[in-house]
Design a protein around this ligand. Structure first.
Ligand SMILES: Nc1nc2c(ncn2[C@@H]2O[C@H](COP(=O)(O)OP(=O)(O)OP(=O)(O)O)[C@@H](O)[C@H]2O)c(=O)[nH]1
Ligand SMILES: [Mg+2]
Length: 201
């Protein structure tokens, strides 16, 4: 499993022209607004607020790029983490929603060294049509993805595996590609890092 050594914010972007010219692979984090994307990035990087979080949905409106240095078996490597703006935010009008969709589509299509996408869903919720749209986009482009079920601290420990099984069926995804996670309790970090290292090494 990779071990994170250092992380820094590089830049925010909307259009492909603005993406950082980086030789490293990208791993992106997608999911509905408020699901905990920015919190998960902070948790796995062991940083308090490198990615900005908020209890008000719609905090992340741009594509934010972070450069991560990691170690594995005493060797050093780099990867970019990409915090994508959340979808499904109720207060957003149609024009903004279309801009969002275009922004994500451009990113999936034009970022050639994108190696995998972590799709976050709330462990308490049913599969949502917006999540399924994202997953369809990823499948049609043959982009590897996994699902992380966030806020697992919000349900009883004894309910976690049945919640995961339910989501696994709803999203029609293999067991090894769906895992519970809690930023509050800092649980599930290894599963995320193990999936990432399979994509980039
Ligand atoms: N209990 C609990 N709360 C969490 C967890 N992860 C995130 N939250 C809370 O959920 C809210 C949203 O978290 P963010 O990380 O900002 O969510 P986001 O997906 O980045 O949201 P957008 O940027 O709006 O798309 C914040 O109030 C977090 O403190 C978790 O694992 N457990
Ligand atoms: Mg965010």
């Amino acid at each position: 499993m990779i071990r994170i050594v250092e992380s820094k914010f590089i830049k925010s972007a909307v259009n492909p022209d603005d993406y950082p010219a980086s030789a490293y692979f990208d791993i992106a984090f997608a999911g509905k607004s408020n699901v905990g994307k920015s919190s998960l990035i902070n948790t796995i990087l062991n940083r308090k607020a490198i990615a900005k979080t908020s209890s008000t949905p719609g905090k992340t409106r741009l594509i934010n790029f972070f450069e991560i240095r990691f170690k594995i078996a005493e060797k050093s490597g780099f990867v970019n983490f990409v915090d994508l703006p959340g979808y499904g935010y109720a207060k957003v009008n149609k024009t903004e929603r279309n801009l969002w969709k275009k922004m994500i589509q451009n990113y999936f299509e034009q970022r050639l060294h994108l190696k995998g996408v972590i799709v976050l869903v709330d462990i308490r919720h049913k599969a949502d049509s917006k999540d399924l749209i994202i997953i369809e986009m990823l499948k049609s482009r043959n982009l590897p993805f996994c699902i992380i079920a966030t806020k697992s601290d919000k349900i009883a420990k004894s309910k976690i595996s049945s919640a995961i099984n339910k989501l696994r069926t709803e999203f029609d995804i293999l067991n090894e590609n769906i895992h519970p996670f809690s930023s509050l309790k800092k649980t599930g970090i290894e599963n995320v890092l193990t999936w990432i290292d399979k994509q980039i090494l």
